[in-house]
Design a protein around this ligand. Sequence first.
Ligand code: SF4
Ligand code: SF4
Length: 300
Amino acid sequence: MNKALITNIQKYSLHDGPGIRTTVFLKGCPLKCIWCHNPENQSYHKQMMYNKEKCNLCGGCQRKCSIGAIHIKTENIDVDSEKCNFCENCTEFCINNAREIVGQEYTTSELMKEIEKDKIFYEQSGGGVTFSGGEAMHQIDFLHEIARKCKTKGISVAIDTCGQVSFQHFEKLLEDVDIFLYDLKLMNSQEHKKYTGVPNEVILDNLKELSKKGAKIYLRLPLIEGINTDNENINAIVKFIKNLNIVHINLLPYHEIGSDKYKRLNMKYEYALMKKPSDERLQEIKTLFEKNNFKVKIGG
Ligand code: SF4
Ligand code: SF4
């Protein structure tokens, strides 16, 4: 039976496709977008999150760690990620909840049980389940199996994708997936690489191919002032998608929710480079897409 590393199962979500949804976040992503608000989903491996604000340096976790992976410093605590085997002794001990392990293994049967608990809400609202991440398709065998199980049970499936995967993965899922939530960021490949870590050719090619296959595509555009809201990028997106089969566009203005997680994962967050676009600019961008006959919504 296939297993996947999952960071969160979010119930009653209203932003990841139509209706009421359960959104499942799978760990690991080929992109490292600097604005990512789920940085715990970037690494393909389990990680330890440490919240310095909640920690009183009692030293209990260090005593509980039988393999000596925890080192207490004057103001914080280091965990040797090479040594840590994620036994959970320290997280269970810490009454302040200063530690959290991100990434838990699920089989498809275990996950199905969670998904099916809210079937009534999906049916009443026209919702379903959305597999997000990270890049959910990175764990393709698991995703294929769970999407098939959902389909068999009459549960609608959406996949939220960055597009940076082999097109064979899309082909494998076409039969069982109802909607692809496809993220597009920057049309200039060098700029794309600068801010996400990879060039954009595979992503653009896959979007064209997916459109040709007649898949239902909701395009999602994260909009970050200072990075991708300029006319050049927006016009290039309009030109690129003009003849594609896009059902709907969601404009997703940048926000700083999630920036605290960077500190807890000991990752750097580039506050200075990013801003939320003004309401006027968002409206201008929305109007531009609408003039080109796209259905557009600001927000998820
Ligand atoms: S047990 Fe919790 S509060 Fe105590 S030192 Fe460890 S992380 Fe900090
Ligand atoms: S999870 Fe286990 S091995 Fe890792 S730091 Fe905590 S007690 Fe040590």
